[in-house]
Structures are given as structure tokens and as C-alpha cells.
Write a new protein. Sequence first.
Lengths: 800, 383
Amino acid sequence: MTKGKRGQFYNEDDFDDGYDDGDDDDDYGCEDGYGGYGDHASSTGSTQATATAAAGRGVPSRAPQQKQEHGKVTSAAYAPARAAGASMLAQFLCDPPPPGPSGKAQRGAKNDPSVKALQQNAYLVTPHLALKNPQQQQQSSAKSTAATVSDVPVDDSSTSGGVEPFRFDTPSPDDVVRDAQERRGGAIPPPQPSACSAAVPSLSANKNFLRPSPMMQKQRQQQHQKPGMGAEAAAGGVAALSLGPLETPQGSSEAGAPSASTHGSSRHHHHHQHAQGHDHAGAGAGSSGTSHGNALEHPGGFHGPHTRRPVKEYVLEAELEREVGAAAAAEAAATNGEGDTPSTSFSSGGHLPSLHLVVLGHVDAGKSSLMGRLLHELGVVSARDAHKYQRDAAAAGKGSFAWAWLLDERPEERERGVTVDVAMTRFNTRRFSVTLLDAPGHRDFVPNMIAGAGQADAALFLVDGSPGGFEAGFSEGTGGLHGTPGGQTREHAVLARSLGIEQMAVVISKLDTVAYDKARFDTIRASLLPYLKSVGFKESSLQWLPASGPLGENLVGPPQDPNLAAWWTSGLNLVAAIDAFNPRERATSKPLRMPITDVFKSKTGAVVLGGKVEGGALKPGSKVVLVPGPSQHFSVRNLEASGSPTHLVRAGDSVEVALVAGHGGGAGGGGGIDPSSVAAGAVLCHPDFPAVLVTRFELRVVVLDVPVPLLRGHVVTLHAHVAREEGHITALLATLDPRTGDVVKSRPRCLTKGQTALVEVTAARGLVLEEYADYRALGRVALREGGRTLAVGIVTRLLE
Amino acid sequence: MKLLAEGFAKGSEGYVKLLPEEAEDMWHVYNLAREGDHITATTFRKVQVDKGTGADSERLKLKLTLQVETIEFDAEAGVIRIKGRNLTESEHIKLGAYHSLELEQGRAFTLFKAVWDALDIERVRQATDVTLSADLAAVLITEGLANVCLVGGSTTLVRARVEANLPRKRGAALGFDKAWNRFLEHVFNAVVRHVDFSVVKCLVIAGPGFAKDQFKDYMDAEAVRREVRPLVENKDKVVLASASTAYKHSLKEVLSCPGIAARIKDTKAAREVAALQDFFDLLSTDSSRAFYGPGHVFAAAELGAIQVLLISDSLFRINHVEKRRKYADLVEGVREAGGEALIFSAMHISGEQLSQLSGIAAILRFPLPELEDMEIPADGLAA
């Protein structure tokens, strides 16, 4: 099962690698850069996964596990890359030397300098792991000896040591603090009889956190299955309840969770105890991480608000996992049973895979109009409403904007005929439950577009086909300080790719102005394709079609206009193009992350947070924390997707969440959340694996069309997922060879167009970022200044 | 700033008596006063007075001279706190006793220095030149974020930062309208409170998109409704400009926009922005003529290659006499050689940017490609 999952997981990387295929001889720097960092991340990601997997496990089982792990990785994940005809580079990347027994990458395995350079990150990280390792081994062996005596307190203390801060190559201030805490005796030395008695009060306190749940019973059964365990261990089992035991029928989807993959039956017993320990510490941290009252009850399990547990340690809660599994199965069933006609019945919406679709393009290409008409054709907007909008628009002298008014609801948008903010609507096609994000095309609102595109899985890319329209959008910016930036056709394409959109349908609109001339369609396609390839799109993931919003041509059915029908015979209409996209793999195995895009008050007065879940899953009752936000836990009161309540959302879904303050949350307990304390850009996190606010981080960037070279100290606006912040480049660390990732020049004086580089960026105030290897959506950053996108990149390291 | 009395010459000891009048003057004072200087000013001190009914403490107004040990500057409040040892003989305070005094706007003080260098003298001239202080107020606004800034001759102060969480548009967009109006109201209040039209030459409303237009409409309507006289009377001083973001660094775009530049063309801020842009331009076209970092710049200066020197005043604000003299010599050397030396204020956005670039940069007369790629140690000059 794990194997299958992994295969899929890595397939996305293959996608990334894919555009290094030899099908493009264009020597544009960007392409290589993108390919380079996609690869980079995937290779380090896998190395880390195996390395931590090895480290997190007991000594005896390591060797076989290692082999197994490696076997999986090569067979399931990497073979496709080769099969897909990936370039030499991609193959190199897909072929990391198998990690040695110490968890350290065997550099001898492949002594190629390019490989070494590409694994730069792993290279930094692994020595640290190796150092940590002996300690770890001792701890785990201590654990196994102590396990039968007193399970809980031991694990409680040792897991805080077992927290692997692998992401930092030097001990962070937090690590130092934590080490000091441990040394001061917060950690109880393993096999002491007194620890037993100490455990009792903390356990009883522990039970207070637990709310009765159906899982209790299951847990009790498990206690019976393990008669050898002491009373404390059993209690520990109860403590682990809220987070769930590991023995679930589908311990499967844990691509990133090492412990889940170690279900060796002979070691079952010990391992289970370890995992309980982890979970127990997690529960301790969960309740104490931010509220200090509880911290007293859990001296060993205390995690400061900034202490991070590696994401890889996360194990999906059993209850959640069961539901996630069920939902995935239902979804698979819905996908396979493609008998339905395109329907708008939202009842089946829960089973369709969700697809976030952003509409991009130069201003006035007709994005909003096309989408408005599409909604009408799909029956989401009734004929009566459509008629009303048409009448109103005509009355306002904006008849041609009637369809756009469906999405552009704000008065200034209607008045000016320009989309300002991203409009979000939902509809269902045969294959997908689509969340449509209508992005603004105007240059001034590119930041809004970034926020929209950052959530998207695929894009509709509109190109104005009218005479002069395409040329305006596709114009190149002029250089120099006072030059004008280029058209948004270019900028949107680059941004879309750098924000993680791999598949696009290019819709050429307004062809009615040239009587649906096939030659015009072909010309545009011919001039756009090389550019899109150069910025990193793969030809096979692009679809091309003509369509017209206001006239409703080629949206749902075949084209009606004889001129168009004469040559557009492939039958590819807009809806078919949407259905041809691939859904994105859901990252449900990672701790919860949900960037907040929207905070508003519902009709009932409750404060509702809207956003897209980027990792993990949520159900009513789940505990969450907000980063940044009040230092308080919340639990989910209810969830709404597509305007109707739902019992579960998984990574990849857009959702609206109403929160209530968690119990023990201080004076304001039981109340809602103050809307003014949450800003768009905050992230809803798993309480045991909270995100951190970073102000300084390392980026691997591709420098785009910059008017002046980038220097140290360059002031930029940072855009990451929904968050925006001002900041500046604090150091130019190195320029890299885009193809191999080798350091070309360290500490360069400046960066010029097309270069790939490692830079260090400092934000004026903290924002939530994650390393790209952990969460793609939260690991991408665009640097903008003066209305241009200067550079785009991925987060390689969080520094402060 | 008013110059009440002066008695100094370059290279020798002397004094100056100044009267700061606005917040920006405090910045100049902060840059003038250094450790070891003597400052005479009126101040208050709590002293124990025996009136026969037991010891009583009383707050006395004294005129003291201090030998400066530490200087703290609060830009937002416009106050400088000086801590030092007393040099005045008085019945209330011992010689050599520590005292802290505050320099404020509207309070004259005398500054005595053992050595006046060229930079100090230039600073005094600049600070007391009325024509140089031309103020500009800017409201940088976008949806959910606004910065109200005052741009003076040598300082840019963010007077108010207004942030609001605007819900996304949906349905009838009721929540949005409400939040938006509240946001505009906050910005409006900030403008009324912080923009003094008797000082400010013009008020620029800048930002991306339509938020600036909407704010201007709102401001005009509200000014009439609430009868805010200064705003109604100075309607013609309000200018719209475009900027890509509402962050402070976008002021650069506002200052270089032709319409605004014409209004404030004599201000130091505009000159600095232009000079820095020239430097960046040159860096992209002919990087061997654009140097930055103390090592490179000093090396270029030795060869007499510097045409325009860009240097941040944060480099001078050091107590290290040697280092300061080196920088002062550099500035003088460049000027003597017929070059131009621009001293950037670290309180301007352009100065902030220069500070990030190590605080010193130069445009060269002729390219020095052999120096360009060389690593030149800064000889401990890095600030």
C-alpha cells in the first residue's frame, strides 16, 4: 500500500522533472532553473525521508528496513522518471546514493560532483543526523529496556530528545533552549523506579484532556491484547487515544511518516510503545505548547511555542485516517464511474475529486466573462439571474460586461470593468468538483492573482485573440529603470509555473473578431508555445482551444458558429479541457496546514475562516492552532465546503471553518475567535506540529526579467501563498548552475536576469513558510518590486 | 532648526547653539552629537531639599553641561536622551555626577565639540537651511493596508500604519463594505492627525489599483462633512500617484514619478533617490564602474576614480574617532578631486537601501575591471 502511495507521490516530481526532456532546445535559463529546483527538492526530500526513517527506528531492524525502503523508492518512484525519458539530470537526481547504515548518505556510491552539488541540502543535513544518531540509538535501546517497567514517563521524556531538528544544520536557539531544559532535569532519566510513581499524577491529569470518544473501546481491546504491559503502559495507551493508535487497517498513506512503515510483526510490541510515547508527548505538547497552565502538568512533554517537531514524525490520527481512507475510496469510485452527465447536483460533490482552477491572462482577455458564461451554461447561475445581470449591465452602459458581473460583484469592479479581487465559485463537472478562482489580470492586482494562483492545481490561461490583443498581452517589458514591465500574458505564465501550476489549458478568446480565422489561432499558438515551454511548461500538459465567453462558443457543447465548427473538429471544449486535468495528490499524510485566505462573519455571527487545506485533514472536533494568532487552541466547530456542511476535509479541499476556543484555553474559553486577530496569510496548523513564523530564510531563486541587477539589500515584497510582507535580500549566497545545481560563484556581487541563485531573504515581520520539501504550497516565494516580479523561488531552509 | 549662535572652525574646537523646531531637526542633532561632546541645556533634576520639616524632594529646573556618554534617539517621538557626567558647578548636583537630559523640539541647547570636522559643519549648514526642508506627506494605500508617511529633507517617518482584515467579496459583499469603510475612516483619521498642511507642500495618495481613488473620494467627502478646514482648503495640494505596493519602500516610486518630483525637486529625498537609481542603472550596464562596499570604494578612491560617492550617514554615527576620520577624509577627498559626495540620510528609504548595501557606494569616472572581481578586505571599516 505504501508503495502505491509513494509511486503516486513521486509521480508529481516526475512531472516537475519532465520538462527537462530533450524536446526543448531553447536555452532559456529559467527552464533549467525550474527543473533544477524541482529535482533538488525531490532528491533531498527522499533522502531525508529515508534518513529519518532509519533514525527513528530501533537498531536491530534498521538494515532490512533500509533495504526495503530503498527498494520501494527505486522501483515505485524512480522508474517512471526513467521510463518517461527524463534527462540525464533528472535521472541523476532520481538516483541518490542509498543512505548508509548511519543514515548518512554514502557519498562513495556515486562520486559525481553534480550529484553531490544537487544534494547540497541533504549534505548539510545528514552529518547532523549522523551526529544525533548514536544518542538516538542509546535512547531507543533505553526505551526498550525500560518499556516494561514504566512506559509512559520514559517515553515522555525521551521523545522530547527524540525530536529531530533535522532541518537546521546548526542548532537553532530553540534547540539550545530545549537541550538546556532537558539537562536541567525536565527529562527523567529512563529506568528509575521513582519515575513510576511520578507518572501517576501526570497521567490522571492527562485523562482530563481526553474527551470520551468511541475510540476508547478500541483502545481497551488493545490493552487486552497486550497483557504484558504494565498499568502505566495501558494508561499510556489511553493517553495516546486522542491521537490514535497506529494499528489501523490502512497504515498506508504515510509517505512521510517513518514509524508507520515499520509494522514488522515481530517488533510490533516495542514499536507500538514507542509510538505511543511519541503520541503521548504529542498530546502533552498539544495541550501545553501554547498554554502554560497545562505545561506544568507535563514537564517532560513541554514544547515551547517555537519548538518544532519534524513533520516526518507525524502520524495521521486513526479516526481521521479511517475517514480519509473512506473518502479516498469514495472518490476513486466516483472517478471510475464516469457515467454521469455534467451535473450541478451538489449531493455528489463530496465524492468527486476537487480541482482548484485559476483563470489567468492579460487584462481584458475576457476571463471573467468566460467564467460567467460557463457558470450559466452549467446551470449554476439561473437564466433569471443572468437576465437580470444583463439588464443591469446594459442599464449601466456596460452591456459587454454582463457575464463578468456574475463574478465581479464589487461596485468598483463593475464600474471599471476590471476584476480586482479573486472571485471564488464552485461547480461540478463530470470528473471534478471544481473550485474556480477568477484572478485579476490588471498589472496592479498581480498580488491578488498570486494569492489565487497559489491555491490552484491547474489553470485556464486566456489569451486575447483579437487583432492587437494578443500582442499587447504578450509584449516584452523594456529594460532599464524607467522601462515598462511586460504584458501579463508573460508574467502570469511565469508566476503560474513558479507557483506550482503544471497543467494549463490555453484558451484563445475573442476569435469572433477575426471571424474564427484558423490562421490566427495557429499563429498565436505558434508564438506562445515556445515561451510557455521556456518558462517550464511541458508541451504535453498544455491544451489549446478556442472559446468565446459572451457568445458561449465551445464552452460545454460543440461550437455553433459555422466558421469555427468548420475547423475545430476535435471536440475539445472548455468543460472537456477541465475534465482532462489530472487531480493533484492529496498530502493528507502531513500535519495540518491551512493558509487562511478569508476571514468573515457568517450570518449566525460566528467568525469563519476560509482557505484551502494544503496538508492533513480536518473534521469537526479537530484541534488546531493559528500561526500567527492567539496563543490558544481551538477546536473545529463545523466545516463547510461549497456552502454545505461537511464532516471531513482533506488536503486539496477548500473549506470554511468555524472555530471555538479549545478547553483549557484560558479566560476566553468556549468563545469564538476575534476576527481582528486573524489576518489572511495566517495558517491553521496541527497543534503538535505548528508552523513557525520565520523572518529569515534561504531561497533558491530564478531571477526573472529584472530592470537592475539584484543586490544585497534589495527591498522586495515577498509573496508566499496568501501572505505578503515587505523584506529585503540580506545575502547573495551563491549563483548556481541551473542544470546541475553546482555552485558557480559563491557570494556574487549581484544577480542578473536568468541566473539561478541561492539567496537569503529577511522579512520585515514573520510569516509562515515551510521548506519546499515538506509543503510545496507553503514553500514557494515570489519576490516583487515596483510592479514586476523580480525572482521566484522555493524555500530551501528556514533560518529564523 | 534655528542657529542661535556659532563659534567653530574646521579642525578646531568650538560650539554651536541650536533651536530644533521640528521632528526632523532631532535627526540632525542625533547625527551631530557624539560621545565626548559637551551639551548645555535646561533640564530637570530631582534634588533633596531640607526645609526644616524633614527631607523633601523637589524637581528643580537647572541648566547643566554634560559630557556625553550615551545618546538615544526616539524617531517617532522626536526626542533625544543624553546621558553623561555633569560638568556644571551647582549646589544641587555634584561635579561628575550622572544625569540624563532630554533634547526636545522648541528647547535650545549648546553643543561643544573638541574638533569640528567637515561633516559636522555640513550637517549644521544643512540642518539650518530653511529651503532644504520641504515636506511631503504620502498616504500609501491598498486594500487592507495603509501607511501615512512624512517625507522631510532628511527623514522619512511612518506616522501611522493602518491595517485591516478585509473579507473577500462574496454575495452582496456586505461584510466587505462595512470593513472597507471602517478602514477608510481609520486612514482618514490618521491623515487628519498627522498631516499638517502648514508644513507639508503636498499630500500624495499612492498605491496600486483603485484604492487610492476611492480614498481620495472618501477624503473629499468626509472633509466637507466633518468640516475639516485644513483638508478642504488644501484640496489642491492633494495629488494622486501610482505605486506598486502600499509598503514604505514604494515611496521610491512615488518620489521618482515625474509629477511629484517636480513639486519636491529641491528636496534631498528626491536627489538621493535619483542618485541611487543612477547607481543601479550603471550596475546593470557597466558594473565595473559601480562599486559598493568599503573595501572597493576606498580602493577606488585611492585611484581617484570616484565621480559620485554615495554614503550613508549611519556610517558617521560612530564613536570610533579613527573610522569617522577615515570617512570624513574620503568625503573631502572626493570633493576636492571634483567629485560629488552625497550623504544619504539613513532615515530615508534610499538611505535604508544604501545601508543594506554596506552603506557606501560609488559611481566611478572610469571602469576598474581589475578591481571589480577582487576580494578587498574592508580593514575593519564595515559599520
